[in-house]
Design a protein around this ligand. Structure first.
Ligand SMILES: *[C@@H]1O[C@H](CO)[C@@H](O)[C@H](O)[C@H]1NC(C)=O
Ligand SMILES: *[C@@H]1O[C@H](CO)[C@@H](O)[C@H](O)[C@H]1NC(C)=O
Ligand SMILES: *[C@@H]1O[C@H](CO)[C@@H](O)[C@H](O)[C@H]1NC(C)=O
Ligand SMILES: *[C@@H]1O[C@H](CO)[C@@H](O)[C@H](O)[C@H]1NC(C)=O
Ligand SMILES: *[C@@H]1O[C@H](CO)[C@@H](O)[C@H](O)[C@H]1NC(C)=O
Length: 688
């Protein structure tokens, strides 16, 4: 009787308050166009690109009101632009002397770096219009620029001009400051990039959650949300191989989106992977410049692009690719959006920038260029012969974030994680008993450009065997969300829904739970792969990040990401699965817009920490059977009954486990509308 009553809402005409919507045309087209490259680039980068493309092209549907900018700010931006032009004029008379040198931030002296950091802090402190100078500049990346400065030929040009403005703003405060760059190859080459000094207190501050130490501690974004990062959950620093692939091409059409978006020559893909790696504010295109890391990262992309330009065999100033595949807003003669300098998109391809304003000092990559020369760089941490950043611990004593977090009024940051002050370096080096899997899609074998300066290829340098048997996983970090929704950070604007994750054991893994048969160890299997009833020999089709690992314990994360379609908001959380098991199942709780506020339509996606995407399934309430069917992942949440969401995590838990007592303590999957299947075999996206 109880069961029947319970089912009635599902079989009546209004069968659910959560329904599947069709995937919007723009998103679907983008995903299916790129589906073929899931064997080359991690699918979460494809997802990142396509979601951003969708959000950029439809931003007016979400921004209420659209990006506002006051006259003072416009005047200031214009004055910066004039300043830049003024310099140009002066410099023409005595050019070499005045050209600034942009350097890798780890090659600056402490004094130089501190000047830069102080100037950035000062930008944040100086008011302009209704905001401050930093945020005024950050907001230029939003609105129309979402579409006209990304995924196309205007990507390197618009950002080049943007960096120039940012640098001019810094120089207005301190004329000796030049924008440094963040060569993330130096961090890729580090055994564990999360340990890099770049995230030290004297550089950018920590990457775990709300930025609560370093020069930008407790910074707020322009909408009031805290500056936050979720470092190393997914994504990747840029591999030396990736840069060499880019530099092996000669035409912009070969390295820029949309033409090169599908392959490993795509500059923007590598750039995206760093945004994804840092996470938090850096993840949303509209919020990314809130983090000063943005400008250092983009300066490196500009550095790479400049190296590419130097190698071009055609005129770099006119090699602006444009056809019907490129967004119309990126037409060469269109004025750059939001920068107020009056430059056209193609003007960003001018040689003036590097002839007159700045040049780049070569970033040290080979050991002989960095050995014993810079305190923050070392030689051969993971790859022999290559420079890497140093670990934070080697330079500064690690201060526990627990101390700082008190000022947020939060008693304790981590309730279940390792106690940082007792944390020991040896305990960090993972057990070397289990086996590990290194994914190498981005560094696959390929003929190296003969014009490249490096004589030997990276792949010929064997990485340090001893260290490769250790584990680097992201199991220590949690996930911080901004709770920003339509410009206001507040958990009350969100509600939680359960999402079921069904994960299959990936191939190629071998864990330390050995099988003993007839007194001997059976090679090549562990207890969980030793079975005759299931078959795990099929290779995953999907590419994964090369610098990502499965923990020897089998613990792995699957992320669930929410992107608002009828609202402006993003939410990500994860659940933990056991990669040893043939099938492992778990439930993630993620937040979507509270339907009481207004239309709550979200695109929900799931991917693992190796960048591989899972397929969405929706509950089919029409039938009596408890079945899931493949679906779009776009859900429309309404206030109609039955209520399949919770105002908080406790309420969602009650949806799943009704009383939490005795025999009722079994999960009620009928209340889980959305599920993801992660086998990484099939194409993750259906047809549209
Ligand atoms: C962390 O460990 C240290 C020493 O091992 C101890 O003094 C401290 O109370 C611990 N802190 C927490 C929050 O458990
Ligand atoms: C750290 O590890 C070393 C070596 O295993 C051990 O001797 C030391 O007691 C550990 N320290 C702490 C604080 O656990
Ligand atoms: C295992 O999978 C492979 C490839 O899908 C197939 O050819 C083979 O027959 C399967 N073996 C068993 C025992 O199912
Ligand atoms: C819901 O959206 C409509 C139009 O988009 C708007 O007029 C209304 O104020 C919104 N309501 C709330 C509660 O935000
Ligand atoms: C979402 O669902 C509600 C209730 O079923 C419906 O009125 C509304 O039109 C739907 N929105 C969209 C965009 O489909």
């Amino acid at each position: 009787m109880k069961v029947v009553l319970y089912l009635i809402p599902f079989v009546s005409s209004v069968f659910s308050m959560m329904t599947e919507n069709d995937m919007p045309e723009i998103l679907c087209k983008c995903l299916s166009e790129k589906a073929g490259s899931i064997t080359i680039i991690p699918a979460d980068l494809i997802l990142y690109t396509c979601v951003n493309k969708y959000l950029a092209e439809t931003w007016l549907e979400r921004y209420q009101p659209p990006r506002r900018i006051d006259p003072d700010t416009i005047n200031w931006l214009r004055s910066l632009g004039r300043k830049v032009r003024g310099q140009e004029y002066n410099i023409r008379t005595k050019r070499q002397a005045a050209r600034r040198v942009r350097r890798e931030i780890r090659t600056l002296t402490d004094a130089q770096r501190n000047r830069f950091i102080r100037a950035v802090q000062e930008l944040k402190d100086r008011r302009i219009g209704s905001t401050n100078r930093y945020d005024a500049l950050a907001s230029a990346h939003d609105g129309r620029a979402l579409g006209s400065a990304h995924s196309g030929p205007n990507f390197p040009s618009w950002h080049r001009e943007y960096l120039k403005l940012f640098e001019a703003a810094l120089q207005e405060i301190d004329d000796r400051v030049t924008l440094p760059f963040f060569d993330s190859r130096l961090d890729y080459n580090l055994y564990d990039p999360r340990e890099s000094n770049f995230w030290g207190e004297n550089f950018m501050g920590d990457h775990r959650g709300v930025v609560s130490n370093g020069p930008f501690r407790l910074w707020r974004q322009r909408n009031g949300a805290y500056l936050e990062r979720n470092g190393g959950n997914s994504g990747s620093m840029i591999s030396p191989r990736g840069i060499r692939d880019v530099l092996s091409r000669r035409r912009n059409i070969d390295i820029l989106s949309p033409w090169a978006a599908r392959g490993r020559y795509g500059l923007e893909n590598y750039h995206n992977a760093v945004h994804v790696w840092v996470g938090g504010s850096m993840l949303g295109v509209n919020t990314a410049p809130s983090d000063p890391v943005f400008f250092l990262h983009h300066c490196f992309i500009d550095y790479v692009w400049e190296q590419f330009r130097q190698r071009q065999t055609v005129d770099s100033e006119t090699d602006y690719p444009f056809d019907q595949r490129a967004p119309p807003s990126q037409a060469p003669n269109r004025i750059m959006d939001n920068l107020e300098t009056g430059k056209r998109n193609i003007d960003g391809y001018s040689n003036d920038y590097t002839d007159q304003y700045y040049r780049y000092s070569r970033s040290p990559t080979l050991c002989r260029q960095c050995r014993n020369r810079y305190p923050y760089l070392r030689c051969g941490d993971w790859f022999r012969g290559l420079c890497s950043a140093t670990n934070r611990a080697r330079i500064t004593t690690f201060r526990s974030p627990i101390k700082n977090i008190k000022s947020l009024g939060i008693k304790k940051q981590f309730s279940t994680t390792i106690n940082d002050s007792s944390r020991n370096k040896t305990s960090r080096k993972r057990r070397s008993t289990g086996d590990w899997l290194v994914y190498e899609p981005l560094i696959e074998e390929e003929i190296v450009s003969k014009t490249g300066r490096t004589k030997r290829s990276i792949s010929s340098r064997r990485s340090n065997q001893k260290k490769r048997t250790s584990h680097i996983t992201n199991m220590d970090s949690s996930m911080q969300n901004s709770f920003l929704l339509d410009g206001e950070p507040d958990i009350k604007r969100w509600v939680f829904i359960p999402v079921k994750i069904v994960h299959r054991r990936p191939s190629g893994l071998l864990f330390g739970t050995k099988v003993i048969k007839n007194k001997n160890i059976v090679d090549g299997v562990d207890v969980y792969s030793y079975n005759k009833y299931m078959n795990y020999t099929g290779e995953e089709q999907q590419a994964a990040y090369s610098h990502s690992f499965t923990s020897g314990s089998g613990a792995d994360k699957v992320y669930v990401q929410v992107d608002g379609m009828s609202y402006n908001g993003k939410y990500i959380d994860y659940t933990i699965v056991d990669s040893r098991l043939p099938v492992s199942e778990s439930v993630a709780f993620v937040a979507v817009k509270n339907p009481k506020l207004n239309s709550s339509i979200s695109y929900i996606s799931a991917y693992d920490s190796h960048g591989r995407i899972c397929r969405p399934y929706c509950h089919s309430y029409r039938s009596y059977s408890n079945q899931y069917k493949t679906c779009s992942g776009v859900i429309n949440l309404t206030e109609e009954k039955p209520k399949l969401y919770g105002e908080d995590v406790g309420e969602v838990t009650r949806l799943l486990y009704k009383s939490g007592k005795g025999k009722d303590f079994s999960r009620s999957d009928k209340n889980i509308f959305l599920s993801f299947y992660c086998d990484f075999h099939e194409m993750p996206w259906g047809k549209c």
